[in-house]
Design a protein around this ligand. Sequence first.
Ligand code: GLN
Length: 489
Amino acid sequence: MTKALSQMTIHELHELLKKRAVSSREITQAVYQRIDAVEPRVHAYITLTRETALKQAAAADEKTKQGTIQPLTGIPLAIKDLLCTAGIRTTCGSKILEQFIPPYNATVISRLKEQRAVLVGKTNMDEFAMGSSTETSYFGPTANPWDLERVPGGSSGGSAAAVAADECIAALGTDTGGSIRQPAACCGIVGMKPTYGRVSRFGLIAFASSLDQIGPMTKDVTDTALLMNYISGHDPRDSTAVNREVPDYTRALIPDAKGLRLGVPREYFGASGIDPEVEKAVWEALRILERQGATLTEITLPHTEYAVAAYYLIAPAEASSNLARYDGVKYGYRHPKETDLRDMYEITRAEGFGAEVKRRIMLGTYALSAGYYDAYYRKASQVRTLIRQDFEEAFKACDLIVTPTAPTPPFRQGEKLNNPLQMYLSDIFTIPANLAGLPGISIPCGLSSRGLPIGLQIIGNLFEEEKIIHGAYCLEQNSDWHLTKPSLA
Ligand code: GLN
């Protein structure tokens, strides 16, 4: 059976575009046809930009006629709705930004535009990226294309579902504690959080600034390498975007694993709360990599058990400060009734934010308040240093660290919504990399007995995305999981 255009990858479509076997207009139309067919059930998008997309596709086709075609030219991409897009509503999944139309583009958006990529729409997400299930969105939940009663993970669940359901060719997400990798695992796709500082955060609506990173969510590892080539790099508008050469990540697409030393952290296996099926799938993948020439060593990351606690002090502390700007004055929602200034602030924020966002603001404000700062925020920052040191030590003995991405396959909608602590534990394996600033990828590595996707995480040392791509590509080329698709029946 031949693949529909919407099912293809960036690199497959690029080959067709280069040969002029297909036009960007045809690809874009195929993607919207697919959206028309499945979006009512999946709800991956908050905003669709059909008209401008078709114009961008026509412009890309014009450019192609002149013979200048880049790998992303004419490719329909979806963007998480917290990356600012000039003239296009950017809501962050919140009522408070329901009508916000940014006057400028995030740097990653400008970079994609320079390549003449096509923007399909803005994807659904947990409100302000706080969540692991895309259920806290003001615009309603997204369904997992593999099982519509289950969550797609979060917070970039809209992007993950859109890629898995072929409602776009690839997408961008953001990851503060796992929000690219965990939904990628839940939806059976590839998702990469780059090193902190690899990709500019200019125009990313901040949640926790010392943790947030933008990254690709794709159908295979090659597409992740391609997107990394174009979104990475220095940006004078983000002082944390490191001035360091961007390699050609596609050169790391090496099908064997010779010479790769894989570290298997003791603390990530056999712990309570991990589904045995997830562990089994990860071990089978490790054996594949071993057969391809990798060596396995057991390593230890002793402070892992404190990562979630430290994260839930640091991330809310930063969020409470970042979200202070939504006060009804500068932009976004304002409570309509005439009141005095203080009431206006209070009612605007009470009405504009959802329960999870309020919980984080309260937690963060408390953790930073005079008298508690030392006990909570400072302590959490010290734990963060210990976690970073664990990784430094571990990387003396290995090149890459392999773990499950999430402790369980995707759970049912509603299952954890009223139990925040349970929800927070969904990110137990992804949070440490954010705290340490390290890059990590999630790639599909199996299906549970219920037919639900399982993801494997590979964490690398700072700026060693190439090694991650190498390991991930090797596993992909020696297994078929990335070719298994949801039936969306
Ligand atoms: N689920 C985590 C949280 O709610 C991580 C979110 C993210 O990475 N944006 O904070």
